[in-house]
Design a binder for this molecule. Structure first.
Ligand SMILES: Nc1ncnc2c1ncn2[C@@H]1O[C@H](COP(=O)(O)OP(=O)(O)OP(=O)(O)O)[C@@H](O)[C@H]1O
Length: 583
């Protein structure tokens, strides 16, 4: 129930909208009940007056009937309008609220969530919360107020009638919803989880279609999706049949209530304690009053699903970010040398630290390489410099300022990254370039692409820079993707450049061309290159060699172990057809 209270606090800014929606819903319901009761009374009065030959004024009841019919229609329209408006505002603000909590968690804390699961939380779970307002909160508020009013109304006629009416209303409005909530709790929770699992499985299946096909296991994935779908459908079927059953029970309660009313009231009429038209009025009133409690079983059934969704959202919202941002504004950076001082860091639940007491100083405008076998901690060094994680010990300074004093966004504005995993968005080439600098002119874009040696290729495409690159850039080769990354880095024009194995996986000729482009990009910037191969080491001023997170050597390129240097010769600038770097 803690979730309910937390949700209520999120709903608070919309309480006036909600109040208005609830008031309109109550007025609509009352108008309907008055319409039914007045019609019953009016028809019965007219019939008895006609039979007795009595002249009566039918204008006043007719006005009441027409008035309540119009009020019911207008009220329903207004209530839908207000409640939908409130719901959409609420959902919009919940999405923003969730995204605000999600963003600081990226990428460190989100690595344990699949993108399909996150998508499910952002979309389906937030949508499930709107049920809480429209299908739970509003009906409950309407039922509480209306049942009170109905009981008072019946009390005026007879305490026995009030007691009987209230008894059946409570049976339909409390007992059935409690049963419904109990039955819906487990499937509701499973539906939230299974929807997320299904989305994850479908995304995995589509993205990994090539691998699944190559290894001949598409059937297995299809079976997994099928199993999840069946479980989901089974739970949804159970909820639907429960919903049908509870609706039938509500009608049964209304019918029984009517029978009991007739059983109590007919003797009163016979004994002259109640005029006959009043009996017709009370009969229709009783039937109509169950409209107040009819939505409650379904509302409480949805409660389980909504609370499960809320719990899944709060699980993310309550996660502590891996990096705590400073309170004040970031200090201004005037220099861009990078200094790691005795930096140690271990990932949560890791067997050993990813980095242990690493120190490295890269003077402004110079280049350093971090080299080491796979898993030696090179990327971790970048992750710490980009403030995706916080070191467990030691400090990282840029221009003498501890990066802990800088906001992540301000820090990352000073850094461009070219890595082997360039993410290309499902957009045009131009849009993919503009993310580095949204204000870049076409001339600037083309200049960057010329230096990155990709302009000629783009210019030859029928749609040039407006060519759609496809999801994750499938329409570009690995080398072309990396050139786009270099062009992005040029457009960003940041003083610090991080190169994360930028030539990994490319053939020698492409690697050589790319190194030429990178050489232009590195000019005048503080560069940190990580690699597990010696390619490009001749262009750096110092090399740090890591092994299992520890420094094993540090100095000029001669400190690189002999075994690595022999490979290095094959990739020297001369071998790549490049001029030696000027001193
Ligand atoms: N997000 C993570 N969560 C937990 N452990 C991680 C994470 N990222 C890396 N590690 C672990 O930390 C160690 C260092 O990894 P890191 O990625 O820094 O190595 P690397 O030298 O960049 O390797 P590669 O050359 O293969 O990219 C490894 O043992 C790795 O398993």
């Amino acid at each position: 129930m803690n979730e309910l209270w937390r949700l209520w606090k999120l709903f608070r800014p919309y309480r006036l909208w909600m109040l208005l929606g609830i008031v309109l819903a109550i007025l609509t319901l009352l108008a309907n009940v008055i319409l039914m009761a007045a019609s019953g009374w009016f028809l019965a009065t007219m019939a008895t007056a006609g039979a007795a030959g009595i002249v009566m004024n039918y204008y006043a009841p007719a006005v009441l009937i027409r008035g309540s019919a119009i009020a019911r229609t207008a009220g329903r329209y207004g209530e839908r309008l207000v409640n939908h408006e409130a719901t959409f505002r609420l959902i919009a603000s919940l999405r923003v609220w969730f995204y605000r909590h999600l963003e600081p968690l990226a990428p460190a804390r989100l690595q344990s969530y699949h993108s399909g699961d996150l998508l499910s939380r952002i979309r389906a779970d937030i949508d499930a919360l709107d049920n809480l307002y429209v299908r739970v909160l509003v009906p409950v508020a309407v039922a509480v107020v209306s049942v009170l009013l109905f009981s008072v109304f019946l009390l005026f006629h007879s305490p026995a009638l009030a007691l009987a009416g209230l008894g059946f209303l409570l049976l339909a409005g409390i007992a059935l919803p409690v049963w419904s909530e109990f039955r819906g709790r487990a499937p509701g929770r499973r539906i939230a989880d299974d929807e997320a699992a299904l989305r994850t499985a479908v995304i995995d299946g589509v993205q990994g279609m090539a691998e699944l096909t190559v290894y001949g296991v598409t059937e297995c994935q299809a079976q997994r999706i099928d199993d999840l779908s069946r479980r989901l459908v089974a739970d949804q079927t159970r909820l639907s049949s429960d919903q049908g059953l509870t609706q039938a029970m509500v009608f049964l309660c209304a019918g029984l209530s009517l029978w009991v009313l007739l059983w109590l009231a007919v003797p009163m009429v016979r004994e002259g304690q109640m005029p006959p038209p009043q009996l017709a009025m009370l009969a229709l009133f009783t039937l109509a009053s169950f409209e107040a409690v009819a939505p409650l079983p379904h509302a409480f059934q949805l409660l389980g699903r909504s609370l499960a969704a809320a719990r899944r959202l709060f699980a993310i919202v309550d996660t502590e970010p891996a990096v705590i941002e400073p309170d004040g504004p970031s200090p201004r950076l005037d220099h861009f040398d990078i200094r790691f001082s005795e930096v140690s860091f271990g990932y949560p639940n890791a067997a050993r630290p990813a980095l242990a007491e690493i120190s490295l100083h890269v003077p402004e405008g110079t280049r350093a390489a971090v080299i080491g076998a796979t898993g030696s901690g090179k990327s971790t060094l970048f992750n710490l410099l980009l403030k995706f994680w916080t070191p467990d010990a030691g400090q990282i300074r840029i221009g003498g300022t501890d990066i802990a004093e800088l906001h992540g966004d301000d820090l990352r504005r000073q850094i461009a990254v070219v890595s082997q995993h360039t993410h290309l968005f499902d957009a045009t080439i131009r849009e993919n370039l503009l993310i580095a600098n949204p204000d870049a002119t076409q001339a600037a874009i083309e200049d960057a692409c010329r230096i990155a040696q990709i302009h000629d290729f783009i210019a030859e495409l029928p749609e040039g820079y407006d060519t759609w690159v496809g999801e994750t850039g499938v329409r570009l080769s690995g080398g072309q993707g990396r050139r786009i990354a270099i062009a992005r880095a040029l457009l960003k024009d940041a003083p610090i450049l991080l190169l994360d194995e930028p030539t990994e996986g490319l053939d020698t000729a492409t690697e050589r061309d790319l190194m030429q482009a990178l050489d232009r990009l590195m000019v005048g910037r503080t560069v940190l290159l990580i690699t597990h191969r010696p390619a490009g080491l001749d262009w750096v001023d110092q090399v740090l060699v890591l092994d299992e997170g520890r420094e094993v050597a540090h100095g000029d390129v001669s400190v690189v172990p002999q075994a690595m240097q022999s490979t290095l010769l094959a990739l020297s600038p001369a071998a790549c057809g490049l001029a030696e770097r000027p001193a």
